[in-house]
Ligand binder design. Structure first.
Ligand code: DAH
Length: 346
């Protein structure tokens, strides 16, 4: 019997390393301790062992059982480890360099927005903000653009359904909400919330019902400017905007103010630039923004005395400036999230 036990343990010990899967393990285990297992049959022999030999034999059996159980536990643990490793896949080395080591960078529109804001910051302008979901009054009426004014058509506005609620922008009962069609609404919000003198730029997202093509997007960005003080004149408008153009497009850039119309400025202009070194667009007059002196009606709408206060205002598309600065010919590149495009501005 002693020999039998020794054989069982040595058989199990030599077979264990070859057991690789759970089904193999179950068969292996049953071969020794199953109902018909070799260990089980040895234990059955105990009944015929003379009484005085029983303790010694019992001890041997327990030792052999202990060895088998340790072997089973070890084998099962090895199988479980292999299963886990198979699920985790190939080992990784965290000390290797990342296959994609691109650190990320500012979006080209964010870069231009920051550059423009910082140019105006040096000219004494701070940044102001307003809601993208606006009321008709802030977007049009207060800016001297009453209902049925053709300028409202020009904006091709995205109105929200009646019943829309926007706690950030309280409105009158009969007013509609809209996605702001320009950042000029921030002029009104700023003049109502603080006293002049005021010198702000307001960058932000705007929305129009435009069909998307190479130069139009239903969602785009503008930077609005407003300077309210005593005796602000056309000379100030020209000098502020000339400084801006030289900073962004270089000292060789020329500017001109071309008469135009906006309901909220009088007189109104389009500012054009002409730059000698801008690729295909070199030496051509290019429109870059609308501007003018704040219409006295707008000042009155926000409760400012137009005989005391004067102002200048301007508004430009961030995409337009970015396209000129970088020589980009299709506005859709800005929104496509194509890394081949974005990495050029890193
Ligand atoms: N809000 C105008 C637009 O979206 C741009 C503009 C023109 C803004 C003249 C101004 C301005 O402040 O004075 O087309």
């Amino acid at each position: 019997m002693q020999q039998q036990l020794a054989n069982i343990v040595s058989e199990a010990t030599s077979a264990a390393p070859g057991i690789k899967t759970r089904p193999e393990f179950e068969v292996f285990k049953a071969k020794f301790v199953g109902a018909k297992g070799s260990m089980t049959s040895v234990m059955k022999l105990m009944a015929g062992v003379p009484k005085e030999e029983k303790p010694a034999m019992g001890k041997l059996i327990n030792e052999a059982k202990g060895k088998l159980e340790a072997l089973f536990a070890e084998t099962l643990a090895r199988i479980e480890d292999a299963e886990l490793a198979a699920r985790l896949g190939a080992p990784i080395d965290p000390t290797l360099p990342s296959p994609d080591d691109f650190a990320g960078s500012r979006h080209p529109l964010a870069q231009i927005r920051e550059e423009v804001c910082s140019v105006f910051h040096r000219l004494g302008f701070t940044v102001a903000d307003g809601p993208e979901l606006e009321t008709e009054w802030f977007c049009f009426d207060a800016l001297n653009t009453p209902a049925n004014h053709p300028a409202r058509d020009m904006q091709d506005t995205l109105f929200l359904p009646a019943g829309t609620r926007a706690p950030d922008a309280p409105k009158k009962a009969d007013e509609a909400y809209l996605l702001r069609s320009h950042t000029s609404s921030v002029q009104i919000r700023t003049m109502l919330s603080r006293k002049p003198p005021i010198r702000i730029v307001a960058p932000g997202r705007c929305f129009r019902r435009d069909t998307v093509d190479a130069t139009h997007s239903a969602n785009f960005h503008q930077i609005e400017g407003l300077w309210i003080d005593r005796d602000v004149t056309l000379k100030d408008l020209k000098s502020v905007l000339d400084s801006f153009v030289r900073e962004v497009f270089g000292n060789a850039a020329e500017t001109r103010l071309r008469p135009s119309f906006f309901p909220f400025t009088e007189p109104s202009f389009e500012m054009d630039i002409r730059v000698p070194n801008m690729g295909a667009l070199s030496n051509r007059w290019l429109e870059i923004m609308g501007c003018g002196l704040v219409d006295p009606k707008v000042l009155e709408n926000v409760g400012l005395d137009a005989s005391e206060w004067t102002g200048l205002a301007f508004g430009m598309g961030i995409e337009r400036i970015a396209m000129l600065v970088h020589g980009i010919d299709d506005i859709r590149h800005f929104y496509a999230n194509d890394l081949r495009f974005l990495r050029q501005f890193a």
